[in-house]
Structure formats: C-alpha cells, structure tokens
Design a protein around this ligand. Structure first.
Ligand code: FES
Length: 568
C-alpha cells in the first residue's frame, strides 16, 4: 500500500520516527496471527458495543461476525474494537447523561486507531446517536448496522412488548387493577427476546431516522434482532463499508441539511419518539447544522402519522418489518422528501426509493390520504413558559386535553415528586396541570426520562388515565399521554418553568402552539428576582459530572457538549 494515510499506516503513533512506528505496530498486530497480505488490505473498524448489561445488544457478536464476513468478501480486513455500551435501565443516573461520553469515546477511538471506514454497531436508545455523533466528528467513512427490535411476548393470552406495555401494566398496578405477583410474572414476558424495544420507542425511531438519513443500507432498520435477515443485512453492510473506504464517502457528504430534514419528516410520519428531535439536533450540530424547532413544527403540519405502532397505534416493530419496514413509509412520503440526498450506497434517496421492491397489501403503514393521525405527530409549543420551545407528542395525547387550562400542581425536583406524588393528602384534581421542575439537562442532571409524570395514586385509583403534565425532562418514546417536554430554558438555569407556583393557572393550546403561564409580568419579575439556583449536585466538583454541567447545552441544541459542536 503506497498511500501512507491508508490502512495499517494510518494515524501512526507518534514516536518521532514513522518507520519505527509502523515496524512496531506491525510487530504487535502480527502477534494476533495476521499475515502481511491481510495487513495490506483496507482496514474496516467495527464498534463493539456488546455488554453483559445490555440485552438490547446481546446479538452484537453475531452482527460483528456477519459484518466481518462481508468485509472479507470484499477484500478488506475487519477489526472490531470496544466502545461504551449504554442500556436504558442500566445507566445511572440516566443514559442521556452518558450519551456524550460515548460519542467522545467513539470519535477518539475512530481517530486514534487505523481504519479506512467504520461500521457502527448500535441499537439501544442512546447508542446510535452517540455513534453517529462521534463518527460525524471523526470524519471517517461510516455506516450503521443496528441490532434490531425484539419480538413480542404474551401475557394471559394478550400480546405484549417492551416498553409501552411495561408502562401500561405499571399504571394498572398503581391503579390497583393488578397485584405485585402479576407484576413479577410480567417481567418474564415483557422482554421475551434480545433486541431493542419492540414498539416505536427511541431505538426504533433512531434506526428508522438513520435509514432515512442515508446512513444505513436500505431495509435495515426494522429487521428483528432474531431474524436471519439481520446478519444478512450486516454482511452487506460490511461489504459496502469496503467500497465506501475507497470512495471516501464521509458522513458530511451524507448527513446534510436535506438528509436531516428527510429524517425529521420520517420521525413525524412514524409517530416517533420526541427524543429523535434532541438526537437529530446533537448529530446535526457536529456538522455545523442547526435544527430549527419552528421549521420542524412547520414540517409537521404537512406530515401525518402513517405508522400504526404503539404507543400512538396498535402494532409492534416485527409487524412493521413484515409490512416492508421503512419502504412503504418512504413511498408514501416521496413527494415531500428531498430526493437528491446521498446515501451510504453512493446513490440518492430518490434512486433508492425507485429501486424499492414492489409494494404489497399491508395494514401497518397507512396511505398518506388515510393517516393514523392527520396533524403532525409532534408540535413545538412556545409562550412565556417556554421561550426557547417545548415539545408535545400530540399523536399520543388525549385529544380532549390538547386545549386545556388548569391549576398548577408543582413538584420542585424528582425527589419531591417521588415523596409527595402518592400522598393521599396531595391537593390535586384531574383537571390540574402537573409541573415538574429541575429535571432538565443540568437540573436532574442528564435530562432523564421523567417527563412521563405518573398520575397521582389517588386519581389513578379513580381511573384517571391522563392529565396535562409539563417538565424540562424527556420522555421515553414508548410512553404516552398529554405530556409537554423539553421546556427550554430549563428551570435549573433560571428558566420560567422554575417560577411556576402551586395554584398558578397554565394554558395549553396545541393547535395554536401556545404554552402560557397566566401570571402577569410584574409578578414574574418579582419571582425572578427572588429565584435561587438549586443546590449543587453531589460530586459536581470533579470528574465527568463537572465536565457535563459545565458544557451541556439545552434541549434545542441537542444537549450536546458545547465544545463538541462544530465551530463555524
Ligand atoms: Fe434498549 Fe428500549 S431499553 S431499546
């Protein structure tokens, strides 16, 4: 290989003598049995996000095997390397706190080690955005292979799957409809196979957005983790990575403004997770692209929800796969998409849509003129309570609450909410508006998925299923309800959400995109003057928490670290 910047010669360790560095590198890697022929090939890195804590990634070893096969069939040399693995329910305080750390790990390991292209193997919610953020910053040709969704299980004859049903049954338990023994029984069935959550949660959303953005080979997003199609797609991904290395098809050529708009249109059409907006903003920021919330809202007015999956609809990801995966969605949206956007195949999105297999009858993806939900699946709200915006997934809300005025019942922190929510003496009615403060990127910290504020126990026991709930937190894509999230700026940095007091009146008007606190400006000015920041988090004087609090941006900028965003 003559080009010093390719293959094993790439990014030589700095000893001040390149010849010595290469000689040393070759000596060490040959200890693993590689021949000179193997080491002369294009090197394809593969992120190994396997972890014994991460059931969503349990099939990563199989995917890596298949990717390696594909790379070798195309004449490359595959080498996998570890990166951080994040599972939603095994990350304290919350996986979002660690997403940026994973992206830094990914970026620096891609840059530090020789590779001509990289296959990004991810799946669980934060992993795909973290991998793409890192790869976008590293600037090496990159392609995504996801682990794929889990299958559904059954409970007492009813089909169930993580994690919309996890929440539904937990709400039943809180309402006294099922007992603790049945909850235990459910833990055997809610996650019956490996793979990512089987509904339109954040993992499914990010997989479909990634395919729509052009960073995954067509047809890959919805294949279940346990299907033979999954490693077959991974094998093709490995093969394509070798060609991408030769073509120097770097992420900035694919992840363009048009590609992000296409991904956001798909986010709306699939009834995807609100987390998709935050991750899109973070990924785009790595390439110097801003995701404008009002522009997103405007896109939403043209894009109906087409995919009939939980939590907005009735089906599961395995049904979407059988219905054709993303293909029928792209076909229905074709007139709205920017078809010139380039994809990892080297062809445009328009060319890929033209090459899709023939359609067939199915009932999971609705026709554009007969949608599941006619308005945008999500709306961006503004007003004196959210000057920099807030988000609601209106498709998963109670339509009767989309225009609502109610009395605020305020919880000042997650701990306060946990302590008082089930107090029988809590002064709350079903017409009130539950407000959670200090649960944003800095306040919590890490902006946990606590925006799905539980219905107070005494109301749940009376059968109340939904109320207007507002916070600066996020919500799992698997959750549902009239829930306003991502309020910016957040309460902990002095945002107006932190000025709300018990008994204030809050006005929500989703059709007109309004979120207002009915308190006059002079009173708010007094409260602002009296406001004090919450006490510092324990351990904040050092380490990653210190870095996080110092550098994290607000939700509209994707909660990325300011120093990781591309400088203009
Ligand atoms: Fe991993 Fe839901 S917990 S995708």
């Amino acid at each position: 290989m003559s080009d010093k910047k390719k293959g094993i010669r790439k990014g030589l360790t700095n000893y001040g003598d390149d010849g010595f560095s290469l000689y040393l590198r070759k000596s060490f890697i040959k200890a693993m049995g590689y021949s000179d022929d193997a080491l002369s090939r294009p090197l394809i890195g593969i992120t190994n996000t396997y972890s014994g804590y991460n059931a969503c990634h349990a099939n990563v070893p199989d995917i890596i095997d298949a990717v390696k096969r594909g790379v070798m069939l195309a004449g490359g040399l595959p080498i996998d390397f570890p990166t951080i693995s994040l599972h939603e329910s095994f990350a304290f305080p919350t996986s979002m706190f660690l997403r940026n750390l994973m992206s830094i790990d990914t970026e620096e390991m891609i840059r530090a080690q020789p590779m001509d292209a990289v296959v990004l193997v991810g799946g669980c919610d934060k992993t795909v955005p973290a991998l793409l953020m890192g790869a976008a910053s590293a600037g090496v040709p990159a392609i995504v292979a996801v682990t794929g969704p889990m299958m559904t299980g059954t409970h007492h004859g009813e089909r169930i799957g993580a994690c919309t049903d996890c929440r539904r049954f937990w709400a039943k338990y809180r309402g006294g409809e099922i007992d603790a023994d049945e909850v235990e029984e459910l833990t055997n069935q809610l996650v019956p196979t490996v793979g990512t959550c089987g509904v339109m949660g954040t993992a499914s959303t990010m997989a479909l957005m990634t395919e729509a953005m052009g960073m995954m080979l067509p047809g890959g997003a919805a294949i279940p983790a346990t299907f033979a199609d999954r490693p077959r797609h991974a094998e093709l991904t490995g093969t394509r990575a070798v060609a991408m290395a030769a073509e120097e098809l770097t992420p900035n050529k694919i992840m363009t403004e048009a590609a992000f708009r296409n991904a956001l249109r798909v986010l709306l059409a699939i009834g995807g997770s609100t987390n998709g907006i935050i991750h899109a903003a973070a990924m785009a920021g790595r390439l110097g692209i801003d995701i404008d919330l009002d522009a997103f809202d405007a896109l939403g007015r043209d894009v109906p929800v087409l995919v009939d999956l939980k939590p907005s609809g009735q089906f599961y990801m395995e049904d979407l796969h059988r219905a054709g995966g993303l293909a029928p969605v792209l076909r229905e949206l074709k007139d709205l998409l920017e078809l010139d956007a380039l994809t990892v195949t080297g062809r445009t999105l328009g060319e890929e849509i033209d090459a899709l297999p023939a359609s067939y009858p199915q009932n999971v993806v609705r026709p554009f003129d007969d949608p599941l939900y006619p308005g945008g699946g999500m709306a961006v709200l503004r007003g004196n309570l959210a000057p920099d915006g807030a988000v609601i997934k209106q498709a998963a809300a109670d339509p009767a609450l989309l225009v609502h005025e109610g009395r605020a019942v305020v919880f000042t922190s997650l701990a306060d909410m946990a302590e008082r929510m089930d107090d029988p003496n809590l002064d709350v009615t079903e017409n009130d508006v539950l407000v959670l403060q200090n649960a944003g990127p800095i306040g919590a910290p890490g902006m946990p998925e606590a925006g799905y504020i539980p219905i107070p126990k005494k109301l749940a026991e009376r059968g109340v299923k939904d109320m207007v709930r507002i916070s600066d937190a996020r919500m799992s894509g698997t959750a549902f309800g009239t829930i306003i999230l991502h309020v910016a700026p957040e309460a902990a940095i002095g945002g107006p959400l932190g000025l709300v007091r018990n008994g204030d009146t809050i006005r929500l008007d989703v059709p007109n995109r309004v979120l207002e606190l009915n308190v006059d400006e002079s009173e708010l000015a007094e409260r602002r003057a009296d406001w004090t920041a919450p006490p510092p988090h324990r351990g904040a004087e050092r380490g990653y928490l210190n870095l996080f609090l110092d550098a994290v941006t607000q939700a509209p900028e994707g909660c990325d670290f300011e120093f990781l965003r591309k400088r203009r």
